[in-house]
Design a protein around this ligand. Structure first.
Ligand SMILES: NC(=O)C1=CN([C@@H]2O[C@H](COP(=O)(O)OP(=O)(O)OC[C@H]3O[C@@H](n4cnc5c(N)ncnc54)[C@H](O)[C@@H]3O)[C@@H](O)[C@H]2O)[C@@H](O)CC1
Ligand SMILES: [K+]
Length: 501
């Protein structure tokens, strides 16, 4: 599913009408039917439905839905219009007239009584502002939203996007409706998938309406879905052997951070890599054997990697189908030089993580190199303290383009981009906000690349699977308790779920 900006949605809306003859009126009627469908799932004809209506087309959708339900015999509908009706959009005015023509009379003004209406409503339908939000909510709308958020008793259903949420960033513009459910049209918008918009939207439903599918290709951004992951998962034909599933070489660890390398190796193995070879400076063989004896292990018997180790491992570099470099390396000058040499002289795909991210700054990279920073690392490698970098997918896209590499920006909404195409992964929870989950992800990406996926595909599948596994096991053992090792050991749960979609 594409993830749209408000401008892209408006463009699709316009073209649907000009190029395909499906007018805005038709789309609005369909949007209204979709809203009605959601309301009918949870509320009956006696339910108190309070429609909060702005004077744009978002309000038009809400008015049309109120009319359809009124016509269906819903008896306890109230409509409150916020703003100057005379200055409303063409379709808002048209919908208001039509509603009146259907004999609907229960309008009320926004006044001191408003709290009472809010506190008795079973469902508040938020049709105040949609993707036409411009700047921060004004005083009038702000007051209305505050009262709804404070005094609501029943559920809140937002039309298209919670009023006050920026559809392009998910930011709260002044204040915003905290919805239980949002019904959006055509496709999701960026504001639905970035926090805090993602939280404010509640459960998101997408009504396709009659938009021609081809128009969505104006967007180069997509949401990672289970169907997408299923299609990408490497095939495992019966007539195959370990050499068909690649050779992952992991260069990681130091005396200071021994555990990270093992998590990467386990990650690669648990998603099906043929051979996983782990080389660490310090000896770790008892740990490796304990956790996964199938890992081929070698120690250089020293504290940390340095440039002279490059010759020692050059044979391994040649055999590898994918290299992981970074987890637990430390950031000494010698190690950074070693990293640069590996990155410069290898041609196979490389997953660059953690400390190694700081070494590749000066290098010109290539598409089959994937950098996997978390927020702190991202801020440091792009040298910015810009606080909204987490929602700033354009910044990440530009950075990927500039580095000519693939970036996996790990966050609550993970951004996977090569600067031309961008994917957002929204699986996962706070179980992943723990040391080691990045090391695991790195290994999973490499394990998938070794089986033939390109780095972009592997990053999509890896992010989805590790996030989904975190969700599944947190239901059993909680987000507090679940560790990266628990996630590694339970990856099969997300894999089998995906295989069965
Ligand atoms: N784009 C599409 O394809 C479709 C759009 N539809 C609806 O149309 C909506 C977009 O309609 P519009 O473009 O008319 O815009 P909206 O109705 O989303 O917003 C414009 C209204 O919000 C008010 N407003 C904007 N910024 C404000 C602020 N900062 N403080 C207070 N009030 C503010 C304006 O005064 C105006 O009344 C969508 O969100 C959706 O609900 C649907 O009819 C279905 C088809
Ligand atoms: K809304």
């Amino acid at each position: 599913m594409h993830v749209l900006t408000s401008t892209e949605m408006k463009e699709i809306d316009k073209k649907t009408s000009t190029d395909f003859g499906i007018t805005e009126e038709v789309l609005m009627e369909q949007a209204a039917m979709a809203i009605v469908g959601e309301i009918q799932k949870d509320f009956n004809k006696n339910s108190h439905l309070l429609f909060m209506v702005g004077t744009g087309n978002n309000g038009g959708d809400a008015l049309a839905a109120a009319r359809i339900l009124h016509n269906e015999g819903y008896e306890n509908i109230e409509v409150c219009i916020i703003g100057d009706e005379n200055k409303g959009s063409r379709l808002f005015k048209k919908q208001l007239n039509t509603l009146k023509q259907f004999g609907f009379l229960d309008f009320f003004e926004f006044n001191v009584d408003f709290k009472n209406h809010v506190s008795t409503a079973d469902c508040i339908i938020d049709g105040l502002i949609g993707i036409g939000l411009n700047g921060n909510t004004n005083d009038l709308i702000k007051g209305v939203i505050d009262i709804i958020n404070t005094f609501k008793r029943g559920k809140v259903l937002s039309v298209d996007i919670p009023s006050g949420i920026n559809a392009n960033t998910g930011e709260i513009m002044g204040n915003a409706i905290l919805a239980d459910k949002t019904i959006t049209f055509g496709s999701v918008k960026l504001g639905h998938i970035f926090f805090p918009g993602r939280e404010y939207s509640g459960t998101i439903k997408v009504a396709p309406l009659s938009f021609p599918k081809s128009l969505f290709n104006i967007s180069h951004r997509e949401l990672v879905t289970p169907e997408m992951v299923k299609k990408l998962l490497p095939k495992r034909p019966k007539f195959s052997q370990k050499y068909d599933y690649g050779n992952v070489l992991i260069l990681a660890g130091s005396s200071e951070f021994p555990g990270a390398s093992i998590l990467s190796a386990i990650g690669a193995q648990k998603v099906g890599a043929g051979l996983v070879k782990l080389i660490t400076p310090t000896p770790l063989s008892s740990y490796v054997l304990n956790h996964e004896p199938g890992i081929i292990y070698k120690s250089l018997m020293k504290d940390k990697f340095s440039l002279k180790d490059f010759d020692l491992i050059s044979k391994e570099l040649k055999k590898a189908s994918v290299i992981v470099i970074g987890p637990g390396l430390g950031r000494s000058d010698e190690t950074m030089q070693f990293v640069r040499n590996v990155v410069e002289y290898s041609r196979v795909p490389i997953v660059v993580d953690a400390d190694a991210l700081y070494a590749v700054d000066s290098l010109s990279l290539r598409k089959n190199i994937v950098l996997t920073p978390h927020v702190g690392e991202m801020k440091r490698i792009v040298r910015t303290d810009e606080i909204n970098i987490r929602q700033n997918y354009e910044y990440t896209e530009k950075f990927a383009k500039h580095k000519r590499a693939t970036i996996v920006f790990k966050d609550a909404t993970t951004i996977i981009t090569n600067g031309e195409r961008t994917y957002f992964n929204i699986t996962g929870n706070t179980a992943l906000a723990k040391g080691g989950s990045g090391d695991l992800l790195t290994g999973i990406i490499a394990g998938l690349v070794s089986q033939g996926l390109d780095v972009m595909e592997a990053s999509i599948v890896a992010s989805y699977l590790s996030g989904r596994t975190a969700e599944i096991i947190s239901d059993e053992i909680t987000e507090y308790y679940a560790t990266p090792l628990d996630i590694a050991k339970n990856l099969y749960k997300a894999i089998s779920e995906v295989l069965n979609v």
